[in-house]
Each structure stands twice: as structure tokens, then as C-alpha cells.
Design a protein around this ligand. Structure first.
Ligand code: CMP
Ligand code: MG
Ligand code: ZN
Length: 595
């Protein structure tokens, strides 16, 4: 089916019959057309219309001279949406121009004819616009056996906007012309898309742009970014990384959908107004994952889809966190605990709620993934985010250590899960100023939970008692038993994965040389900025622990001096807790912290 409005210069040998037969035109003007003149023709919206008006399409300018008659009325001119209207219109306008020079055109006639001309042009415009946006029609011109059905369906699916094209036409196959058109259209869409995505609609304030330049740094100041970004650090980090890895282009992510997705993520992270598990933590973990992928060159080992999944997993990994632990959900029998049968309660929710968003029409950043890609992406994201459940920590490290001792390659899902897990617990391995701030925020969140547990008459969870928790000691324990071992295993894992890659790269130059040891080219050298930070921070906490112990001693003495007989202490105020009785941050036998 054509909706072409096609201008065609055509030699016509004989005057068409229609000029004589059509009373609406020929009878009025009563003039015969000249043979051999040029015709401008317009195709109609349907083949039948085309067939029935074929004689009019071949009408000549000579024939249309009838419209240049003395009578300048418009009543008998052809309807504005017919093929001949534009042709007739042009003749009439030329005629009027000639007459204007001689001062022969009454104002009323001029008005009516200009009105007619405007309507014809409007109709032409509508027709033409429809044609340009109607790919269906091109694919309907298919000829059987030109290309396999699968190819045709693929073309329809990829280069047209509607699934309807795939099934609607049954057994038809595209003609070569249609295929070529579809390919051209696809290339054009791709070009337009690239232009759009590189000159994206997202306006990034200059101060944010400046800070985003530091995204590759280990101790990137995400708090500074969040201030400059007016509380939208997650949006900018997500946006920047998806652009940086060229994923927006690769997966044809629509910029307004991306915008909506990131804003909805931010809203979810802000739902419970958590001091720690908020959008800044989401941004921090995502930036840290990027740092590890890029600085170690692990990204070279991954496919685009795996990088995409890893970044999205990091972005969503604590989405709609309630500011309470899994254990709190289980103990209070929350809706989430009920829904997920007490297993990885929060992590299941983070995944489920974010996939709901990614499935929604306005935030569907995955809509150009094939079915297969979508399945792989989803499986990866699920595995990675479930592995952020801290109750899985020791098992995860043990599994990875076993894999490191074996000759087989490391499973990508497991490797990426460990990278995300390390990023999630990385703040003790960053600059002190960052780590200190995160710790205060996390403890504030834990203490709020402790307050609620107290109100509910539940035992206060480890690290959640604002009166008893020994902050410095807890952080030393967290570094020694959780963070340090995790980063050690991750370092070994990266070395095991990337050393053979480096060998391959030496011939292919796929990975830049600078990551490898200059003296021994076969040795992969990983930069480990976390190691120094961990050592420095641990020392700071040790100093703090000593100071805190002093302060406790001093207070104890002060309390004693206030009460002459310590036996008469009626315990109305809480006594400071000796270090050995204080709640430890981690139960080292189970590894369960305050997740
Ligand atoms: P989440 O971010 O969901 O996953 C990692 C968990 O590690 C985090 O929640 C906290 O429960 C825990 N965590 C992170 N940092 C610390 C810390 N400094 N001290 C104790 N626990 C921590
Ligand atoms: Mg979490
Ligand atoms: Zn987290």
C-alpha cells in the first residue's frame, strides 16, 4: 500500500480521456489538452485509488490548461486531497500571476484561489508526513523467496517500530528493495540515535562535570559530587558510566527512559530517609565497581552485556532499602520477610522492585535487548545482588578461594559478584575522611534500628545499641575479619584472571602495556590503593580506641566519685560498658555483621 506523494515528470503522447470525460473539470473549462507536455503526478493512499485514477495521473499540463480559463472560481476545482489537485493548483496560480501583472484579478477570486492553494499544500504535507513515518508499507511489498522468513522478521523487528510487522503478513517475504530500505532506515536511525545520545538531553551542571572527571579515582569524593549535583549523585554516576562504557549507544537506551529510570532509582533509595543506605551509597558502590573494572582492566575480560549488568547491579543493589537489617525483618515478621521466606529478604526486594521499574514503559532501559540478552542480563544482576547478602560472605570467600586453587578459569558470575561485594564494603578501604563519614552514617542507621528494637521489646541487634557500641573496636574488627580478607581474595582473583589476558594482549595489544610490570612483562601488576587505606584507617581506629578507653575510664572514675558508695548505685543511668562486654561488630564465627 502506497501513500506516496510522488512528483514525476512524464512525457504524455496523447491527451488523456479524463480531460474530456470529467465533467467536474473538463466540462467547465472546455479546453483540450496539448499532446507531449510534461505531467506532475501524485500517488494516492491506496492501490485501488491509484488504479482508478491512473488516467488522471497521466494527465498533461496541456490538459490542465483548462484551469487557466477566464473563470477564476474554485467551486469546480478537484477536491484538495486528490492526485490532480496540486497540479491544477499550480496551473491556476501561474495563471493568476500572469493576470496580476495586467491588473486583471478581482480581490475575491484571488482570496478564494489562495485559500484553495493553502488547503492543497496542507493536504500534501499530511500525506507526505504519513508516508515518511510508514515503514509498514515498505515491508508489505515483499516477494516470496527473496530472503528467509527469519531474516525478514528480524528486519521488521529491528528496523521498524512495531512487532505487528512480523506476523501480520503471514508468509510474505521482503523484496530486495524493501530489505535495502529497511537497512538504510536502520543505519539512519542508528546515526540519528548516536547523534542524540552524544548530545544527550541531560544537562550536567559544570561543577558536576568537573567532579565527574575524578570518577576513575579510588577515593572519589561522592559526597562532594552529591552536593554539587543537588542531591542527584546516583543519577549522574549512572548516566556517566553508561555513557562511558558506550552502553547507551550499544543497547539503544532512550535518554528519557534512562532519565526516568535513574530518577526512580533515586526516589526508591530516598523512600526510608536512611542515613547510610541512601542514593549516595548507591552512587558510591557503583563508582567503586567502575574503579575496579577499569583500573584492573577487568572490563576487557567482559562482554558489553556483562559490563552493563554489573553497572546496573551496582546501581540497584540497595534499592528501597528499609534502613533495617534482614534480621530485623525476620524478627519482626515483616511483609518482606513473609514474601521472601526469611531468605535474603532485602536483597530479593532490591532486585524485584528494580526490575519492576525497568519493565515499566517509561523506564524500560532494556527494551532493545534481545530475549536472550535480557535473560543473561537478568540472571547476572540477580546473582550479583543476591551475593551482597552479608550472610553469604564467608561462604562466598571460601568458594572463591577454592576456585583460585584450581586450574580452571574463574566463573564470570562469581568474579563479578565478588567485585560488587567488595565495592559494597569498600568504605573502610577509602580515604579516612570518607570512611569516617560513612561509618558515622551507618552507625546512626543501626542505632535507629536499635531504638525501634527497644521499643518493640526485642533484643537489640549487634552494633545497634547507641549506649553500648564500641565504634572504633567494631571498625577494627570489620576491617580485620571482613574487609581485608575480601580484598585479599579479590586481588588474587583479579591476578588469576588477568595474567593470562595480559599474555594474549602482548600479541594483540588489547590491553595497554602500562598495567604490566615493566621488568617482567609476563607478570600482571595490579594497583591496590585499598591496601594502604586499610592500614591507615585501622591505625586511626586503634588510636581512637585508645582515646575512647581513656575517656571511658575517666567517666567511670567521675561516676564513682559522684556516688560515695558505688553499691548504692540504683542504675537509673546506664553505666559505660567495659570493652570486653561491649557488642562486637562482627560475630567472627558466623561472619554475620549488621546487614
Ligand atoms: P549493605 O550495604 O546492604 O551491604 C554491605 C553491608 O556491610 C552493609 O549493608 C552493612 O550492613 C555492612 N557494613 C558496611 N560497612 C560497615 C562498617 N563500617 N561496619 C559494619 N558493617 C558495615
Ligand atoms: Mg545491601
Ligand atoms: Zn550496600
Amino acid at each position: 500500500m502506497y501513500r506516496h506523494y510522488c512528483w514525476q515528470l512524464q512525457q504524455v503522447a496523447n491527451p488523456p480521456d479524463r480531460a474530456k470525460d470529467d465533467s467536474s473539470v473538463g466540462a467547465k473549462n472546455g479546453q483540450l489538452s496539448r499532446a507531449g507536455s510534461l505531467t506532475v503526478l501524485r500517488r494516492t493512499n491506496s492501490k485501488s485509488k491509484l488504479a482508478s485514477s491512473s488516467s488522471s495521473r497521466t494527465s498533461s499540463i496541456a490538459e490542465s490548461d483548462s484551469y487557466a480559463s477566464v473563470d477564476l472560481g474554485t467551486d469546480k476545482l478537484p477536491p484538495i486531497d486528490t492526485p490532480e489537485a496540486s497540479h491544477v493548483c499550480s496551473i491556476r496560480l501561474r495563471n493568476i500571476l500572469r493576470r496580476i501583472q495586467n491588473g486583471e484579478v478581482p480581490k475575491e477570486d484571488l482570496y478564494k484561489n489562495l485559500e484553495y492553494a493553502a488547503s492543497v499544500l496542507e493536504s500534501v504535507y499530511v500525506d507526505e508526513t504519513r508516508r515518511l513515518t510508514d515503514e509498514d508499507d515498505e515491508l508489505s511489498e515483499v516477494e516470496p523467496d527473496a530472503v528467509p522468513t527469519e531474516v525478514r522478521d528480524w528486519l521488521a523487528l529491528t528496523f521498524t517500530r512495531s512487532m505487528n510487522n512480523v506476523r501480520r503478513r503471514g508468509q510474505e517475504k521482503p523484496k530486495f528493495r524493501s530489505v535495502a530500505h529497511a537497512i538504510r532506515a536502520g543505519i539512519m536511525v542508528d546515526r540519528i540515535y548516536r547523534r542524540l545520545s552524544s548530545s544527550s538531553t541531560l544537562h550536567i551542571p559544570p561543577a558536576v562535570l568537573q567532579l565527574l572527571k575524578g570518577m576513575d579515582d579510588w577515593s572519589f569524593d561522592v559526597f562532594a559530587l552529591n552536593s554539587a549535583a543537588d542531591g542527584h549523585s546516583l543519577k549522574y554516576v549512572g548516566y556517566e558510566l553508561l555513557q562511558k562504557y558506550d552502553l547507551v549507544t550499544k543497547y539503544k537506551i532512550n535518554s528519557s527512559m534512562l532519565d526516568s529510570f535513574l530518577l526512580q532509582l533515586e526516589a526508591g533509595y530516598s523512600k526510608y530517609k536512611n542515613p547510610y543506605h541512601n542514593l549516595v551509597h548507591g552512587a558510591d558502590v557503583t563508582q567503586t565497581v567502575h574503579n575496579i573494572l577499569s583500573q584492573s582492566k577487568l572490563a576487557h575480560w567482559l562482554t558489553d552485556l556483562e559490563v552493563f549488568a554489573t553497572i546496573v547491579a551496582a546501581l540497584i543493589h540497595d534499592f528501597e532499602h528499609t534502613g533495617t537489617t534482614n534480621n530485623f525483618h525476620i524478627q519482626t515478621g515483616s511483609e518482606f520477610a513473609l514474601l521472601y521466606n526469611d531468605k535474603a529478604v532485602l536483597e530479593n526486594h532490591h532486585i524485584c522492585a528494580s526490575f519492576r521499574i525497568m519493565r515499566s514503559e517509561e523506564s524500560n532501559i532494556l527494551n532493545h535487548l534481545s530475549r536472550e540478552e535480557y535473560r543473561e542480563f537478568r540472571a547476572l544482576v540477580i546473582e550479583m545482588v543476591l551475593a551482597t547478602d552479608m550472610s553469604f560472605h564467608f561462604q562466598q570467600l571460601k568458594n572463591m578461594k577454592n576456585l583460585l586453587g584450581m586450574p580452571e578459569n574463574i566463573d564470570k558470575q562469581k568474579a563479578l559478584s565478588l567485585v560488587l561485594h567488595c565495592a559494597d564494603i569498600s568504605h573502610p578501604a577509602k580515604d579516612w575522611s570518607l570512611h569516617h563519614r560513612w561509618t558515622n552514617q551507618l552507625l546512626e542507621e543501626f542505632f535507629k534500628q536499635g531504638d525501634r528494637e527497644q521499643e518493640l521489646g526485642l533484643p537489640i541487634s549487634p552494633l545497634c545499641d547507641r549506649e553500648k557500641t564500641l565504634v572504633a573496636e567494631s571498625q577494627i574488627g570489620f576491617i580485620d575479619f571482613i574487609v581485608d580478607p575480601s580484598f585479599t581474595v579479590m586481588t588474587e582473583m583479579l591476578e588469576k584472571i588477568l595474567t593470562p589476558l595480559q599474555k594474549a594482549a602482548r600479541s594483540e595489544e588489547a590491553i595497554s602495556e602500562e598495567v604490566f610490570d615493566k621488568s617482567d612483562k609476563s607478570k600482571y601488576v595490579l594497583s591496590t590503593p585499598w591496601a594502604d587505606c586499610l592500614a591507615i584507617n585501622k591505625n586511626k581506629w586503634k588510636e581512637q580506641a585508645a582515646k575512647d578507653a581513656e575517656e571511658r575510664k575517666r567517666k567511670e572514675a567521675e561516676e564513682k566519685s559522684k556516688v560515695p558508695n558505688s553499691n548504692t548505685n540504683n542504675n537509673t543511668t546506664k553505666a559505660p560498658v567495659p570493652a570486653d562486654k561491649a557488642t562486637p561488630v562482627v560475630n567472627c564465627s558466623t561472619g554475620k555483621g549488621g546487614n
